[in-house]
Design a binder for this molecule. Sequence first.
Ligand code: ADP
Ligand code: MG
Length: 260
Amino acid sequence: MRGTDHPDSLVELRGISKHFGQGDTRVDALSDASLAVLAGEVVGLVGPSGSGKTTLLNVVGCVTEPSSGWMSLEGEVVYDQHWLRRDLRRLRLEKIGFIFQTHNLLPFLTAIENVMEVLELAGASSAEARTRATDLLDYLEVSHRKNAMSSQVSGGEAQRIAIARALANRPRIILADEPTAPLDSVRAAIVMDLLRRIAVEQAAAIVVVTHDESIFNRFDRIFHLRDGRIVTVEEVGRARPVGAMDAPRESAVLNTIGGA
Ligand code: ADP
Ligand code: MG
């Protein structure tokens, strides 16, 4: 069957496996992973080092080709024993926003140029890119730093600029590998609030790899990995401390989808 079991899911994996190497050197990085992430959800991938978290994130991001299984993104089947799209780079530009631990800003560009770059790669004119980049830096409350060289901004500011960059092309799937690792717990909580707000306001699905236990209560669900397998799915539910983004969650998602 090719259709989706979960009509609202932005990310759906069924029986995804990934091994590296052959014979004696074979490593099963991911075994039979199945999951679905809905619009408006923020989920965590948690597990010991080597358990397959980054591999799973990179499969969803169409960076790593699985060895077998099935995957759909925004309801489009993109992998079914092989990639179904030729131009994976374009697929990533259209659908995926990546946020990395070491925020991957280009140090020789200013903050705004870093955001404009991904817009121009996707075909925006430089005037369009400038307008959208300004709005995004504003949204992330870092527009006062827009003309600073990205090598000159603080860690927290760099992470906001990196998030602006990830959001530039309006992806509905946002993937983050240890986004709070370089931050203290207060700044980590602020970044998680920001991701929550983005999930709600953009009706996005957000997948976060983390070791940071201080943010576990910020997720809707946590997928626990061990030896390449998803061993537990923990419903975190509404256990989060009350934050500005929490209250009108469902209705906000519906409003965004409905264009209200
Ligand atoms: P985590 O992010 O949870 O630390 P990874 O997904 O990076 O785990 O790695 C899972 C397993 O796959 C590890 O045993 C790792 O060594 C192996 N692995 C990951 N990437 C590669 C690769 N490119 N080549 C060979 N082995 C890899
Ligand atoms: Mg990793």
